[in-house]
Design a protein around this ligand. Sequence first.
Ligand code: SF4
Length: 417
Amino acid sequence: MAWLDTRQKLEILADAAKYDASCASSGTAKRQSTRGAKGGIGSTEGMGICHAYAPDGRCISLLKILLTNSCVFDCHYCINRKSSNVRRARFSVEEVVDLTLAFCRRNYIEGLFLSSGIIRSPDYTMERLVAVARSLREDHGFRGYIHLKTIPDADPDLIREAGLHADRISINVELPTQAGLTRLAPEKSSARIEGAMGRMQAEMIDSADARKRYRKAPRFAPGGQSTQMIVGADAANDRTIIDRASSLYGRFGLRRVYYSAFSPIPAASAVLPLSRPPLIREHRLYQSDWLMRFYGFSAQDVGNATDADTGNLPLDIDPKLAWALKHRDSFPVDVNRAPRTMLLRVPGLGVKAVNAILHSRRWRSLRLEDVGRLTTSVAKVRPFLIAADWRPVALADRADLRPRVTPPPRQLDLFGA
Ligand code: SF4
């Protein structure tokens, strides 16, 4: 490995970390202070600062980097795999600690997202990740947010220590099926990944129990655990992905499942698709995830919204509307009488709107105009609702209902970012 200074390592290792979606970055315009005659201060480009949401809902800036982009594994979809011809770099534990503290003192970041390729062995790599977190917490009194990516095959004691220092820990399941893993990441196994998730969940439960009895008992990953699935690298359809996500939420109490549309990498392996799936597919999966977590939909409900032949969610309409169009017999729903669970199924009504309806209808009968104020598209909710002054006459049964409620296609901007 050629000698690189910290800035060069940061360039390589922050860029390599961008493929991990499990701390979601927010989009913004590109601005660079080193360009232009007047210069400036600050930059939205390059070098590993991303945004994530803390458990209490605050948006925080994180330094998002890998400890190293060298790896002894050869996962086909990964740019850092052993056979990939990329520039390699590796931070020492002290370099990551110093960078985190320096960025924090300058107010660039409020936390660290640290992942790594596997060097030498899972234990050796995990020891280094833990050493960063331990040093930050114990040697430097770092109070910021730490998200550590853990390695399923590492010693459970190391993973346990990771959870004692980190706010959130995660293990990527990467692909929804074992068949996909066998084909694209042969060194990984669903059973080992799930074993590690189960142990982390048990630690969290033990820690919560202990804290009920002893207020000062140590916390274990108070922000919970999360994972990421790559979408479109293998043949798994949306129904399979949704089932897998639901099973992970149910069995391991995951805080979040992130979906990352596969993006073709330079010099990609021949077993990978040549093109990326449409980004809107990733968006539809996030919407279906939302339906399961906040709208009372089961995986089977969301699965019913998928296309019977392909098992994929429609791309032109959202999954809730797709479900409603397939279950027209459940509508229209009376906005002044229906229970919360049914109001949450009405396309166009979000959780806030439903809460507002439940609150307002205690005092007066709601009209369509009142509901219209709570939604962005009254045209979308109208066929599915009964209000004091509105009753759709067989609207939910119309053959042309789908085009009536489908948003009109939008011309894409050829020159947009
Ligand atoms: S183990 Fe992780 S870093 Fe290594 S090749 Fe697989 S996905 Fe990439």
